[in-house]
Design a binder for this molecule. Structure first.
Ligand code: NAD
Length: 516
């Protein structure tokens, strides 16, 4: 491979030690501390209250962001509303060209953004944050190319009458995201919203705001003032005020099902549409005819260890047919210790730290419940590992639990950590019924060589994102989202941009009787 000047710089950056990367990312977090992005710039908030942000791998503080209240939300929404008309009237392809330039700038900064994200989320740079930064750029480029797709329809009418629909932008979009994959989630929100002619105010999660603030700071280099804004704060304050603000005409939310329900209630009061990407408790079913090696690999992938299992679409309910149960589960258990847990900014780390002490306590509570359940056994994990030099970090070993009753909270609740239940099954109808016996309906996976069985599963499983013989992620060009209490509306894809970030205006023009 020839090394161009750009790749040489990249290689040098990659060659840095984890301490150097951590120091650089901490410096960046300090620089962004106390700031929001509005008025086309990184600036102080009106409030002087702040929220401390911790490094999940050490427990040390890395900075503090404004705890914005109603005053800040009002001020920034009003700026975004003012910017909306001019932005929406720009030709769509021109908006796309600007978005494309923004994606290029983000790509140039992707290594620094990935390090900053790894620092605050605890996600490993090598297995998650770096790839996520690339996905962020990819998603933005995808939407930047969709200027020509904001189309309506012409519908036949009486002679002399012209009937058509046009897609219009909605106004200010309020976007709220969680902490588990903030680079990707930011792109999934702003890409379609901005391309469709809306302006945005995004609130990142309290735990991981800095990389998102930096993304918005970079966007200001390219986009007009007021088009893309970001403020920080608590969900029940800034998040709620954003949802309830009268000038916010669309909400796009990713987060837990409980908060999703609250947001829907808030939005109902002013009749605005909500896209909600919520929690999951996803079945991963291995049929007796599956290739055990591929199925074991798929189970490991499904655990989403690159995010410490903190993934909405993780396969956390594993069902393996009795015929191949021992072969498959032995392979999985054997492979797990090879996933190296450690400093997220160390190039060799594959599994980083759990986001917070609260989340770690939640995981431990569920594993404790399993331990106290008669008949249940912990097949592997179930403890905090010792990570030298990171003794105060929120690390947890990958945990598989067998023998729990279906009614157990461990089987029913979304734990959001590296914990999965494993069950042996004999009868397909029973396992399918069990897979569907949940309020969630996000993702589902089956492993089989039998095409008819696979299609039958696709037909009857109640989930929005179904895969056969792979455990992967949705790309930008296909829609993604949940059924049942896992969500409402869809993200990614041309269709979701048109359906969820524009509204349809119907126009009837009667040319009859017009002067000749
Ligand atoms: P969370 O629901 O606690 O918080 C998400 C965001 O909502 C944060 O920014 C938070 O500040 C804000 N918020 C909290 N209360 C609010 C309120 N009353 N009004 C407005 N905003 C409020 O979720 P989390 O713990 O940050 O993330 C984990 C959850 O996200 C899991 O349930 C996971 O499944 C889900 N998730 C879903 C998807 C998906 O695509 N379906 C993707 C990633 C994460």
């Amino acid at each position: 491979m020839t090394i161009s000047p750009e790749t040489a710089v990249h290689e040098v950056r990659r060659g840095r030690s984890s301490q150097e990367r951590t120091a650089a990312a901490c410096g960046e977090a300090r620089r962004l501390s106390g700031r929001i992005v509005a008025n086309g710039t990184l600036r102080a908030a009106l409030t002087d209250r702040t929220i401390e942000v911790e490094n999940p791998a050490t427990g040390a503080g890395i900075g503090a962001v404004p705890r914005c209240g109603r005053e800040d939300v009002d001020a920034v929404v009003s700026l975004a509303h003012t910017a909306w008309r001019a932005w929406s009237r720009r030709p769509a392809r021109e908006r796309g060209a600007l978005l494309m330039r923004a994606a290029d700038r983000l790509e140039e900064e992707s290594e620094a953004l990935a390090c900053l994200s790894a620092l605050e989320t605890g996600n490993a740079l090598a297995t998650q944050a770096r790839g996520e930064a690339a996905t962020m750029v990819d998603i933005l480029r995808f939407f930047a190319g969709l200027g020509g797709e904001l189309k309506g329809q012409t519908v036949p009418a009486a002679p002399g009458v012209f009937q058509y629909t046009r897609r219009e932008s909605m106004g200010v979009v309020g976007a709220i995201i969680p902490w588990n994959a903030p680079l990707m989630q930011t792109a999934s929100k702003i890409g379609p919203a901005l391309m469709a002619g809306n302006t945005v105010l995004l609130k990142p999660a309290e735990q991981a705001p800095f990389a998102v603030l930096r993304i918005f700071e970079i966007l200001q280099e390219v986009l007009p003032e007021g088009v893309a804004n970001c403020l920080t704060g608590l969900g029940e304050e800034a998040g709620r005020f954003l949802v309830e603000h009268p000038l916010v005409r669309k909400i796009t939310f990713t987060g837990s099902t409980g908060v999703g329900a609250e947001i829907l209630r808030g939005a109902a009061g002013k009749i605005v549409p909500v896209t909600a990407e919520l929690g999951g408790k996803n079945p991963n079913i291995v049929m007796p005819d599956a290739d055990p090696r591929r199925a074991a690999d798929g189970i490991l992938r499904g655990l989403r260890l690159q995010r410490q299992g903190q993934s909405c679409s993780a396969g956390t309910r594993i069902y393996i047919h009795d015929d191949i149960y021992d072969t498959v589960i032995d392979r999985v258990i054997e492979a797990i210790p090879a996933f190296r847990i450690g400093d997220p900014l160390d190039e060799r780390t594959q599994v980083g730290a759990i986001i917070s002490r609260e989340q770690l306590a939640r995981i431990e509570r569920y594993v404790g419940l399993a331990r106290d359940t008669a008949g249940a056994s912990i097949l592997c994990g179930g403890k905090r590992p010792v990570v030298q030099g990171f003794e105060n970090g929120n690390f947890y070993t990958t945990t598989l639990i067998e023998g729990l009753p279906v009614s157990s909270e461990v089987c029913r609740d979304e734990i959001f950590g590296p914990v999965a239940t494993v069950a042996r099954w004999h009868d397909f109808e029973e396992v399918l019924a069990e897979a569907n016996d949940t309020n969630f309906g996000l993702a589902a996976v089956i492993w089989t060589q039998n095409l008819a069985r696979a299609l039958d599963f696709v037909d009857r499983i109640e989930a929005g994102f179904v895969q056969v013989n792979q455990f992967s992620v949705a790309e930008a060009n296909i829609e993604y989202g949940g059924a049942k209490m896992s969500g409402m509306g869809r993200e990614l894809s041309v269709e979701s941009m048109v359906q969820h970030f524009t509204w349809s205006k119907t126009v009837l023009i009667n040319g009859n009787g017009a002067e000749e």
